[in-house]
Design a protein around this ligand. Structure first.
Ligand code: NAD
Length: 482
């Protein structure tokens, strides 16, 4: 007797219940061995007053099964609601978001028939930490966090994924020409990890030109690994370029947990009409079946689905006269897939998941941290100020004593003192950089004493950031124009 794998499902909002029914019917017909627990998430839960859209009792099911097949949900606008997707990804440490984006030409209309790429997006860090501050009347700031272990893990995942799936190249995308420390670290760790995979081609692109290339020449790419925000944007560009957002499935992989879903949202404009394409969630479910070791069932479903697409049986959003043969709704589409369960596509490439490891990819251990010599060399202090940079400097200079010197003042990242350009526009939040005199190290007590004098001079603080060197290398950037 085959043992059933426990999984948790949620039907979600909008078209969610319709596409979940279709997906469950196809998996049952294909012989998937699943022990299904259902939880409620989304709109109704938000409206019951639970701000993150998931009740405490639902976490128990997720922690028990560790595998979650999730329909899209509708996130209410405003009202202090938190994104359920971000909550789940972060609470369960689902560090890798994997989105295959494939063209199904000539059966689904696309300008890029050869496109077949996978985006591996870091899922926990970057600007999605949601660490934001109002720093003054006029200025808001968001903190971008990139860690070495987080980056190493996502890069290892991308290379292991490439190797396990017979892919030849991994492209890293960052903006390290501007964000030299955060994106610079991502690029550096990508190079270090890439060196462990001599069999796989490596390249790096700046994200702006990289995104343009994905839109115009997606066939250039194989696996793309990138940070959270860039990955969010580029994966929607790539999904759209395949021909329809309705066709993309995605997985969110953690060390212990995994969540599988469609790329698209809850499509409230077509909800309840029975016309939604269930393919995104179905392909998410295929990734889930591979993950839980039911690769044969996964391949049977995927091949039957490819054959259905190839036979021109299409839901409305991909139906085109000439290309398609029959326009169907959600239910008829799922029945067509079920009818083709023993078949393989003849033009599109059939899939084979027989070698996929159960439980997902196993990553090599992360490198032990190389401890660098850290020395405090200064401090940046944020100040609210409505006057000129010179007046601010004069006021601050009277607070500086022998240990620290005021090195520069910047506004919105551009140096405005000393010798600033009078044409630089200044908002009401200023950054003052104090360094130890003659390169000397700086003690916390010296900084506290300086801030005490500034406080007595009625200067209005917004934040402070310690400045350190690591093995002599500055752990901070210089201002524009410094
Ligand atoms: P959407 O993806 O729901 O819809 C965009 C367009 O694509 C619509 O015209 C829709 O009809 C169409 N579409 C989407 N899926 C389709 C399918 N399976 N078959 C046929 N057509 C399909 O994006 P949106 O309108 O920006 O967002 C709607 C809601 O979904 C919002 O509340 C948003 O927050 C939420 N959302 C949820 C998730 C998720 O739960 N993972 C992801 C994205 C958006």
């Amino acid at each position: 007797m085959t043992t059933k794998t426990p999984i948790t499902i949620a039907r979600g909002d909008g078209i969610g219940p319709e596409i979940m029914d279709a997906t469950l019917n196809i998996m049952a017909a294909a012989g998937a061995q699943l022990d299904i627990e259902e939880i409620e998430i989304g709109k109704a839960v938000y409206e019951s007053g639970i701000k993150n859209g998931i009740a405490d009792s639902s976490w128990a099911s997720l922690k028990r099964t560790k595998v979650f097949l999730k329909s899209p949900i509708t996130t209410p606008q405003g009202g202090g609601f938190k994104s359920l997707n971000v909550t789940i990804r972060k609470s369960l440490s689902l560090y890798a978001n994997v989105r295959p984006c494939v063209a199904y030409a000539p059966f689904v209309e696309t300008s890029h028939p050869k496109m077949d790429l996978v985006i591996v997006r870091e899922n926990e860090e970057d600007l999605y930490g949601g660490i934001e501050y109002r720093q003054s009347q006029d200025v808001m700031a968001s903190l971008k966090i990139i860690s070495r272990p987080g980056t190493e893990r996502i890069c290892l995942y991308a290379f292991e994924y490439a190797r396990a799936n017979g892919r030849k190249k991994v492209t890293c995308m960052t903006k390290d020409n501007i964000m030299k420390l955060s994106d610079g670290l991502f690029h550096k760790v990508f190079d270090e990890v890439g060196a462990l995979y001599p069999d796989i081609e490596k390249e790096h692109m700046i994200i702006d030109i990289g995104t343009a290339k994905v839109a115009a020449h997606p066939e250039m790419f194989d696996v793309i690994v990138t940070t959270n925000l860039y990955g969010d944007i580029i994966s929607d560009v790539a999904a759209e370029v395949t021909g329809s957002v309705g066709l993309g499935g995605s997985s969110n992989i953690g060390l212990d947990f995994a969540m599988f879903e469609a790329v698209h949202g809850s499509a409230p404009d077509i909800a309840g009409k029975g016309i939604a394409n269930p393919s995104g969630l179905l392909l998410g479910a295929v990734m889930m079946l591979v993950h839980i070791g039911q690769g044969k069932v996964a391949a049977d479903i995927h091949n039957a689905w490819l054959k259905t697409i190839e036979d021109g049986i299409h839901t409305g959003e991909i139906y085109r006269e000439g290309n398609s043969k029959k326009k169907v709704g959600t239910d008829a589409f799922s029945k067509a897939v079920i009818e083709r369960l023993a078949q393989k596509p003849s033009v599109l490439k059939p899939v084979d998941y027989s070698k996929a490891p159960s439980g997902g990819l196993i990553l090599p251990a992360l490198q032990p941290r190389k401890e660098a010599m850290k020395e405090r060399v200064g401090v940046d202090i944020g100040i609210n100020w409505d006057g000129s940079p010179d007046d601010l400097a004069n006021k601050v200079l009277s607070c500086v004593n022998d240990n620290l010197e005021l090195q520069m003042i910047s506004n919105r990242g551009t140096k405005v003192w000393p010798k600033g350009n009078p044409d630089t526009f200044c908002a009401d939040n200023w950054r003052l950089r104090f360094m130890g005199k003659d390169g000397s190290t700086v003690k916390t007590s010296q900084i506290i004493a300086l801030m005490d004098r500034m406080n007595k001079a009625d200067l209005n603080f917004t934040k402070s950031s310690m400045l350190s060197t690591y093995d002599g290398v500055p752990g901070f950037t210089v201002a524009q124009g410094e």
